[in-house]
Ligand binder design. Structure first.
Ligand code: NAD
Length: 471
């Protein structure tokens, strides 16, 4: 893999910044054209991209690549292309005083840096680009080194579909990421782990580069007393098995009423048996990205067992719970967990679901609130008052009621975290706004009345002001 030196990175950025200033703000046509070229790149090369992701994962379900990395990303880009002409209109405010005009000009920021992770290598690179291009910016993209086939293919395709002044891909590992995040971009979007997010924000602070941080964390599922348990099991496990749980929005752990435990286990077993009669050789079941993450997950399972957890494998009868050669891990439920176990401390990013039982819902809500604010919270239960109480009493990037992860597919909703799960949100108009400078513009009235008000001598102006202050 060819990796650019720090000097080369700096030169690319300087050249792009100059080009951005020289050409002026991109027209609606150019923005649409860039978005449509992204779509064309993805459509023309979708088979090669699916193959590249498959090669990087060892095995990645083609359906999952098509739906999450291609379809969902193209939808975001299309939504931006269809709406950009409206979004970029200046926003007029009421005339502040007679004869004076004031409005908000939607100004592109300039050159945006994008650092993306491996788990949805197309979606998390081109998803931010939908907002970045709609807002009239250009971008430098550093995809993950953990998906080398996909990242190299992206670099090659981007060079074919885009002028290097519009979009450039930089390849490399954490060291390149470090140099990349130290560049004086006009904005930096980072999608990845909380630990690296902190380093990125520190590096960006040196140049006062504003950041959007799309991080991870432990997203809880709370199942309330009146929930339909089979439904909660089916919907949670649909997403827990998608990409083998390697999703920032994956349900990380569950809070379950104590007396519903057996019902949930039975429903989870039935669901997995029906949808994954086999796992190791099943093309619909995705492998763990690499040996490091495979061993990390197996290690977490073993550690939980040693600390007294009850581990229930949902592997099909006669199949191993996990297989080092294919790097496939069957879904596992982990009961009797305690907070000192790794599974309750770190983001799992895999098909393991720890279950913490509770006796009253206030206890469950208090548990969520005693931990960092998650990227998403999921609530199962039918009572509207309890749904509203959960919504009001917990803070998360998003809340989905009676399902998991649904919000990410609704282009008009903001996608992002809060607190430890991230800063800023994108998707749809929210991405456009995130990567746009809302510039206040005022044209003074002919008589300049507001200016005259501030002009000395003040003595004769005091009476009016005092009358105002007295109400
Ligand atoms: P990661 O943080 O290890 O790496 C992400 C990117 O950062 C990669 O391109 C990597 O090369 C780069 N990088 C590594 N060290 C760097 C440094 N010091 N400075 C700058 N860049 C550096 O994350 P990952 O393992 O690729 O992805 C998994 C994590 O991402 C999980 O925590 C997951 O929750 C999170 N994630 C979040 C979202 C979201 O939208 N909120 C989406 C997907 C994944």
């Amino acid at each position: 893999m060819y990796t650019q030196s720090n000097n080369e990175l700096q030169t690319i950025l300087n050249t792009m910044k100059k080009a951005h200033l020289d050409t002026g703000p991109a027209s609606a046509e150019l923005r649409r054209d860039r978005l449509e070229r992204c779509i064309k790149l993805l459509r023309d090369n979708h088979s090669a991209l699916v193959q590249a992701i498959n090669a990087d994962f060892g095995h990645r379900s083609s359906y999952q690549s098509l739906v999450a990395d291609l379809f969902a990303t193209i939808q975001l880009l299309k939504h931006a292309a269809e709406n950009v002409a409206i979004w970029m209109q200046p926003e007029h405010v009421a005339d502040p005083v007679p004869g004076m005009k004031a409005w908000i000009e939607q100004q592109p920021l300039g050159v945006i840096g994008i650092i993306s992770p491996w788990n949805f290598p197309i979606n998390l690179a081109f998803g931010p680009l939908a907002g970045v291009f709609a807002a009239g910016n250009t971008a430098m993209l550093k995809p993950s080194e953990l998906t080398p086939c996909t990242s190299e293919l992206l670099a090659e395709l981007v060079a074919r579909y885009f002028h290097p002044h519009e979009l450039t891909v930089v390849l490399g590992d954490a060291l390149v990421g470090q140099a990349f995040s130290a560049l004086a971009f006009d904005h930096l979007v980072f999608t990845g782990s909380t630990a690296v997010g902190k380093k990125v924000m520190r590096a960006a602070a040196e140049n006062l580069v504003p950041v959007t941080l799309e991080l991870g964390g432990k997203s809880p599922v709370m199942v309330d007393m009146d929930a339909d348990i089979a439904q909660a099991a089916e919907r949670t496990l649909t997403i827990k098995t998608f990409n083998a749980g390697q999703i920032c929005l994956s349900p990380d752990y569950m809070l379950l009423p104590e007396d519903k435990t057996q019902g949930f286990i039975d429903a989870a077993k039935t669901f997995v048996a029906e949808h994954f009669p086999t796992i190791i050789g099943n093309p619909d079941y995705t492998a763990i990205i690499n040996t490091h993450h495979y061993e990390r997950l197996v290690g977490l399972l073993e550690e939980a067992k040693q600390h007294g957890a009850t581990v229930i494998s949902l592997a099909p009868d006669g199949e191993a719970d996990y297989d080092a050669i294919t790097r496939k891990i069957a879904p596992h439920l982990i009961l009797h967990v305690s907070d000192d176990m790794g599974v309750m401390q770190e983001e799992l990013f895999g098909p393991l679901l720890p279950i913490k039982t509770y006796q009253d819902s206030a206890q469950a809500i208090a548990y969520i609130n005693s931990h960092p604010r998650p990227l998403a919270a999921y609530y199962f239960g039918v009572d509207k008052t309890n749904q509203a109480a959960f919504m009001a009493q917990t803070t998360s990037g998003a809340l989905v009621i009676n399902d998991v992860m649904t919000h990410v597919m609704i282009d008009s909703l903001p996608f992002g975290g809060v607190g430890a799960s991230g800063i800023g949100a994108y998707h749809g108009v929210h991405g456009f706004r995130r990567f746009t400078h809302a510039k206040a513009v005022v044209v003074q009235s002919k008589d300049g009345a507001s200016n005259l008000k501030l002009r000395a001598p003040y003595q004769e102006k005091l009476a009016d002001l005092e009358a105002f202050l007295q109400g």
